[in-house]
Design a protein around this ligand. Structure first.
Ligand code: PHE
Length: 445
């Protein structure tokens, strides 16, 4: 059977953008930035995006387009008989880990959306928003049920294939998402006291740069939010043909995706400050703090409905890209049908999600890393370690395994004035920065 392909270049761009913009920009960014001091973190994150993220996005997509295969297969095809393909497994493993917890948080969002639709969350529930969140997330099967609903949506889209499933929903949802986030951002800025939030987000407190953990956190966030290092962008690139030029498309995806990240920050932080809440309240920021804020806003119930709807569609356009990574891989090696593979992989991820969900209830005593629960531990391993490792191997592959001509040609950079700079970044700068941050996080330097 012929390999599937995107219908149009715009379809690819929207799908890649859909993959990038998700819970990472809204839920993850909010608490990682909140915990790491705001402005200085945002700045460092933006530096990593421009210096490493955007060049590596082009690198990752170029590997996929050249090889026309999945994360593991691409390395096998371009470097036959070498161990390079092993680096593809960073991607396959991180897809299981990340979608494992992502589907749980997306499931919570569907529950919240539902509670807003029924009007129950328009005003503070009897136990308070914190109490309601606690009751819900510690329940044995309620959150598991909503995780299942979210995984079912994800499986359904991926079952439809590259064109009729993934491309279709991105073309439908991305414009809607863009409009909602921009409207919400204006609304948030218009609140009294919003300035404090904008200051927190845009005015760097340089002393936070002295905390060594901010560097790995910003690097992990840069990879997570651009969907880099997992092979999602590589796999999406593999459904492109040669005539679709890459540099403009990937620069566009990187810049628009990052603007979405900043806009989401503008939606959240002014609101948080306008209502005098501590921005360092962790992963629950979006689920406890924001409903508390919506309640006091004019038309807050409607804002809640729209906000959680936006989170759901943003999550779905990202989760499909994660499910597609192992699906494309298993379809090829076992020659299974798309239908069978998608369902099997999706259900396996759901089972991981059950463990993550129980980590908030009966298994809350399980702390695999430090005193982090199951979700935070999986997030740390996948986002801060596996994604940068995946990105590092792709950079080394294109920078050192390919000749310079092959690298430039694969990325359509042969005639570009930026070709030389891009190549140096991929060959030296990105690997050195990633390795230095790892060494620093390990306490070696
Ligand atoms: N970029 C997505 C988000 O911000 C998450 C993601 C990570 C998707 C890695 C695919 C691969 O929500």
């Amino acid at each position: 059977m012929a390999r599937e392909k995107w219908g149009t270049r715009l379809g690819f761009m929207l799908a890649a953008l859909g993959s990038a913009v998700g819970l990472g920009n809204i839920w993850r960014f909010a608490f990682v930035a909140g915990n790491n001091g705001g402005g200085a973190f945002l700045l460092l994150y933006l530096v990593f995006i421009l210096l490493i993220g955007v060049p590596l996005l082009l690198t990752e997509v170029s590997i996929g387009r050249k090889a026309q295969s999945d994360v593991v297969g691409s390395f096998k095809k371009l470097a036959p008989g070498t161990p390079w393909f092993l680096s593809g497994f960073f991607g396959v493993i991180s897809a299981f880990l990340i979608l494992g917890f992502y589907s749980v948080v997306a499931g919570w969002s569907i529950y919240y959306f539902w509670k807003y639709i029924t009007g129950e969350f328009f005003t503070q529930p009897a136990a308070g928003y914190a109490g309601a969140f606690g009751e819900f997330t510690t329940h044995a099967w309620h959150p598991v049920f909503w995780t299942a609903v979210f995984m079912a949506f994800t499986i359904f889209v991926v079952l439809g294939g590259v064109n009729k499933g993934i491309e279709f929903i991105n073309k439908l949802f991305m414009p809607i998402l863009a409009i909602i986030l921009i409207v919400l951002a204006f609304y948030s800025i218009s609140l009294d006291g919003a300035m404090e939030g904008l200051k927190f987000l845009f005015y760097p407190d340089w002393s936070s740069l002295r905390d060594p953990s901010i560097y790995l956190a910003a690097l992990g966030q840069a990879f997570f939010s651009l969907s880099l290092g997992m092979g999602a962008m590589l796999t999406y690139g593999s459904y492109l043909s040669e005539e679709n030029k890459l540099p403009g498309a990937t620069l566009g995806i990187g810049l628009v995706g990052t603007s979405f990240a900043v806009i989401s920050g503008v939606v959240i932080f002014p609101a948080v400050f306008a209502f005098g809440i501590d921005p360092a309240s962790g992963p629950k920021l979006v689920f406890i703090t924001l409903p508390g804020i919506f309640q006091h806003m004019p038309l807050g119930g409607v804002v809640g409905i729209v906000f959680f709807f936006a989170i759901i569609i943003a999550s779905l356009t990202s989760s499909v890209s994660m499910l597609e990574v192992p699906t494309a891989y298993f379809m090829r090696i076992f020659k299974w049908s798309r239908k069978f593979t998608t369902i099997l992989v999706g259900i396996t991820m759901f089972v991981i999600g059950i463990a993550v969900s129980l980590g908030f209830g009966v298994w809350s005593g399980v702390t695999p890393i430090g005193n982090n629960n199951i979700l935070d531990s999986m997030d740390f391993i996948a986002s801060n370690i596996l994604l940068p490792m995946g990105g590092l191997s792709m950079a080394l592959f294109v920078g050192w395994y390919f000749t310079k001509e092959q690298a430039l040609q694969g990325a359509d950079m042969t005639d570009s004035i930026f070709g030389g700079i891009w190549y140096k970044v991929v060959k030296y700068i990105a690997p050195i920065v990633i390795i230095l941050i790892f060494l620093q996080a390990l306490g070696i330097i």
